[in-house]
Every structure is written in C-alpha cells, then in structure tokens.
Write a protein that binds this ligand. Structure first.
Ligand SMILES: O=C(O)C(=O)C[C@]1(C(=O)O)C=C[C@@H](O)C=C1
Length: 299
C-alpha cells in the first residue's frame, strides 16, 4: 500500500487508543534509560521486553512478538543517535509517539571501591560521550563500550572487581547494589534523551502535531532548497534536519526531517505528493503527538 493510502486508512480510525497491556520492547535491562522511557510513556501499563541491542528491538517488532519498540533517537548534548536513524530507514516502521528522559549519569562500582582503584569503566558509548568532561580528569581509565548503561552496571556488579566501574543511572546503582562514586557526571546539567515509540503500522493517537519523513534528493543545485521552500509555503515549522550516508552511493545522503505546525489530514495529503515529486526516494516515518511533560495522549 502506498504512503497516502496507508495514512488515509489510519485517519479512518483516528484517534486510536492503546490496547490493554501492550508488549513493549526496549534496549537494555532493568535500570536503563530505555526502561524508564518505556514506563513513562506507557504509564507502567505494559509488558516490558528487554533486548540487548537497538536492532534486536526492530527484529522483535518484525517477528510480531511485540506491539511497540522504544528507542533513543537524540540527546540534547551529544546529538543524534545515528544507529537508530539507520535502522528506521532500513526497517520502514513508524514513529507513533515520543518520550523525553533526563539522563543523569553516575559512576557506579562494587561496594567499598575507591576512585583510585578503578582501571576500567563500562557504559554505552552515549554514556561516555555525555560524561566526557568528567572522564577527562581520569585519562588513565580504559573506557570499554558496552551494550547499554544498565547492562554495563549489571556486568560490573556480577564481576565484583574494585578495578571496574560503570556509567549508568542512579536507579541501576540501586538495583545492582553498586556504590555511587560520583553523581550527575553528565557535562550538561539539562541532559535529556528523546526516545521514539515505533510500531509496524501508522497509528494516529490523539492530537498528533509532529511529522517525521525521510527522503533522498537528486544530486543537482537547489534540490534541498526547493524542498525547504515547500515547508515555508505550507507555514510548517522545521524542528530538525538530519542526514545519514546512503550505503549504496558514496557521498549521497538520506535526509530526515521533523516538522510541526497546523497539520491536518488535508495538509498531509496535499504536501506529501508535492514532496514525492521532487525526491528520488520518500519515506513517511510518522505523525505523532510531540512530547510534552504532561502528555497522556496514548492512554
Ligand atoms: O538506555 C540506556 O540505558 C542506554 O544505554 C542507551 C542510551 C542511548 O543510546 O542514548 C539511552 C539514554 C542515554 O542517552 C544514554 C544511553
């Protein structure tokens, strides 16, 4: 089914409501930011399925074993999470919502450990980059990338070795009985990670106001300028542009755009064909309620 037909079909059942106790997949384990984002979005009324990697979440969705996936897409201080953008284009699933989480990282180690005994630190690469300034004071530490912040904390707890520490949430420290050697080590004190909720189908929950699309442009002068101009004509507000390399063509890119504005079914059915005409490839990623702190759109 083409994008417009799928979108119009979704409008027939708008607004959709979440089914009871949806099966929700996230990357991590207990105490991860992914778990926190899932529980915050689904208001604890869900069955949680933790997986090791971001791609495992897409695979579970593909198998039909779960209803929704929850994935980090962007951090306020380190920017886009490129792997998730690439997976979104690869798997062609849809964003149906978003959730923001304050990521307050801690340095965690087995009880009784001192800073001086640490030699190795485990975390997700995002945990390291968001704590870059703190880590600069300890150049002797070896930073070892791990699947996820909380999986790293669980591993350090299991090893029970005073040479090892993890960067993860305070909650992970409590769950795995680790000592908190330093708190709030993220360099930005407003460190927020934005998660997207993905589904196999387009689902339109109450008051969607943000659209995400991706496209590949012909390589000619003015191609991007012309697309950007369309948003201006429709009085739409561009919130984010990201570009990712196209694997089959060196130095060519897939552009991801998020926009908001006064968007109706009519706006989308007029806008999408105009964009499609100007691009070589178009992917509709979703029309969903933008995050707000007292957001309970899904339930
Ligand atoms: O969910 C977690 O705990 C993760 O390790 C993943 C992740 C990420 O990839 O951005 C999630 C939130 C924080 O930004 C740091 C790490």
């Amino acid at each position: 089914m083409n994008t417009l037909d799928a979108l119009n079909q979704a409008f027939l059942v708008y607004p959709q409501t979440l089914k009871q106790k949806p099966r929700v997949a996230y990357a991590g384990t207990r105490g991860s930011y992914g778990e926190e984002a899932s529980l915050s979005y689904f208001k604890k009324d869900c069955q949680l399925f933790p997986f090791k990697t971001f791609e495992d979440v897409f695979i579970a969705l593909n198998k039909g074993n779960i209803d929704y996936g929850v994935l980090p897409i962007e951090n306020s201080s380190t920017g886009s999470i490129a792997a998730v953008y690439d997976l979104l284009s690869q798997y062609q699933y849809f964003i149906v919502g978003e959730q923001e989480i304050h990521a307050r990282h801690c340095l965690l180690a087995p009880q009784g450990t001192s800073l001086a005994s640490i030699e190795e630190v485990y975390s997700h690469p995002q945990g390291f980059s968001q704590s870059e300034e703190f880590l600069r004071d300890y150049p002797q530490w070896k930073c070892i990338p791990y699947y996820n912040t909380a999986i790293a904390a669980a591993y350090v707890a299991e090893q029970n070795n005073p040479k090892m520490a993890a960067i993860a949430s305070k909650q992970a420290g409590e769950i795995y009985n680790l000592e908190i050697l330093a708190e709030n080590i993220n360099f930005s004190q407003t460190n927020v990670t934005r998660f997207v909720i993905i589904s196999r189908n387009i689902e339109l929950f109450q008051d969607p106001g943000q659209v995400s699309i991706a496209f590949h442009l012909p390589h000619r002068p003015g191609a991007l300028y012309e697309i950007i101009g369309i948003f201006s004509v429709f009085s739409l507000n561009l919130c984010k542009i990201e570009s990712r390399p196209l694997l089959k063509e060196n130095w060519e890119y897939l552009f991801f755009i998020d926009f908001t504005g006064n968007i109706s079914q009519n706006t989308l059915t007029n806008l999408i064909p105009i964009i499609q005409e100007k691009v070589e490839y178009f992917q509709f990623l979703g029309y969903y309620p933008p995050y707000s702190e007292n957001n309970d759109t899904a339930l």
